[in-house]
Design a binder for this molecule. Structure first.
Ligand SMILES: *Cc1c(COP(=O)(O)O)cnc(C)c1O
Length: 398
């Protein structure tokens, strides 16, 4: 399995810096660019509106920005992709994919669970699409002549279900497969190596990694990238150059952060699995959970997000979140600090309640994204939060 290298993380997308005579990444905040003459402007405009990656004169910042371009190059290299296209959020990136693929048809096939707002966007038909939600082994049967896209998320948010990308690609035939690989990051999984056409990242999570930037990106072939850039130019869901700077600044530490958080998550998963107040832990790194043996074949490790079911109801689970001190009670994931949240109440609240239950997002389920802290400090906090949640549920019952 090809894996992400520290060297690529440190040097990716920085090839032109020496020639520019700078060491840190330059941030270009120009909204417009002076033209040497109108003819150059026409040529630049035509090239960029058609979806080319760059032009001699960028003309206007909705068409191109060099700070964003450098981060896209770094991400493309990390994903073993020809190109990457950055957007203002993960949701903007998913929207651009749906719009870019519309000339193939309006039908999408997808496997639950996916991130709550992705589910909502596709299920609502807001973008004029139709959707069939299926199990992995029903994909081939669900494909129609107007199917534009097959979408999966692996590991899935928040149940940590793993999906075999190669098995999905085989069923999809010539329909492009989009993999939301946010939980894996390019460090643990490169879906294009397994036949996927498009890789989605909510860069808000591990790629940014410090809880201070909202961003999204698609890694893909240059052909798909050109279409996505056309959509971006037309819809304007741009990544701001400051955000691109922060994302690029986080790239050299990505592998260190992901691997450290993964070892912290592994320790917490074992503690939770052995705890009587917890009925079930969902973490592909635990014995017997990776039933398809995808770790080693598709992923190089189980990652740093886990979820667990407390021995109680919605109220008990919410009480755990309300009682943490060191751990941050917040949605989002992939930050340097450990975050805990209640999916049924928060990230997956927008879904229909039956659909939510049917794909395993139960009221007593909590999702935890491990950060970089010492795991014994985190366990101490989780232990006291569980204790206080169970005390309060006992006093309510009494
Ligand atoms: C957060 C998230 C998204 C949405 O990304 P935003 O950057 O918040 O728009 C999509 N997919 C997954 C798996 C996520 O965790």
């Amino acid at each position: 399995m090809k894996t992400f290298k520290h060297t690529a993380g440190v040097h990716g997308g920085r090839q032109d810096l020496r020639q520019l005579g700078v060491h840190a990444l330059p941030v270009d905040l120009s909204t417009t660019y002076p033209l040497s003459n109108v003819e150059d402007g026409m040529a630049g405009l035509d090239a960029l509106v058609e979806g080319q990656a760059r032009a001699d004169n960028p003309v206007y910042a909705r068409l191109f920005n060099p700070t964003v371009d450098r981060w896209e190059l770094a991400l493309a290299q990390a994903e073993n992709a020809e190109a990457a296209v950055a957007f203002s959020s993960g949701m903007a990136a998913l929207t651009a994919c749906v719009l870019a693929l519309q000339d193939r048809g309006r039908h999408i096939v997808a496997v639950r669970p996916v991130y709550g707002t992705s589910d909502h966007l596709l299920a609502s038909g807001l973008l004029g699409n139709e959707i069939s939600w299926v199990n992995v082994d029903e994909i081939a049967a669900a494909i129609r002549t107007d199917t534009a896209l097959v979408m999966i998320e692996t590991p899935a948010n928040p149940t940590l279900q793993l999906v075999d990308i190669e098995a999905v690609v085989a069923q999809a035939g010539d329909v492009p497969v989009l993999v939301d690989s946010t939980f894996a990051t390019p460090v643990l999984q490169n879906p294009l190596n397994h036949g996927a056409s498009l890789v989605l990242h909510s860069a808000t999570k591990f790629l940014g990694g410090h809880g201070d930037v909202i961003a999204g990106a698609i890694a893909c072939s240059e052909q798909w990238a050109a279409k996505l850039r056309q959509v971006r130019v037309a819809t304007g869901a741009l990544l701001h150059p400051w955000a691109a700077y922060l994302l690029h600044r986080s790239m050299p530490t990505l592998k260190l952060r992901v691997e450290r958080a993964q070892s912290v998550a592994g320790e917490l998963a074992l503690k939770l699995a052995a705890d009587a107040r917890v009925t079930r832990v969902h973490y592909p790194g635990l014995d017997g959970q990776d039933t398809q043996r995808l770790i080693g074949r598709q992923m190089s490790g189980p990652g740093s997000v886990l979820s667990f079911e407390v021995n109680g109801d919605h109220r008990t689970a919410a009480a755990v979140v309300n009682a943490v001190n060191l751990i941050t009670p917040a949605v989002s994931l992939g930050s340097v600090d450990t975050l805990i949240q209640h999916p049924a109440a928060l990230t997956h609240r927008v879904m229909d309640a039956n659909d939510r239950e049917n794909c395993g997002i139960r009221p007593n389920l909590l999702r935890l994204s491990a950060g970089l802290e010492e795991s014994h400090d985190l366990w101490k906090d989780l232990d006291q939060a569980l204790e206080s949640a169970f005390e309060s549920s006992e006093s309510q019952a009494a």
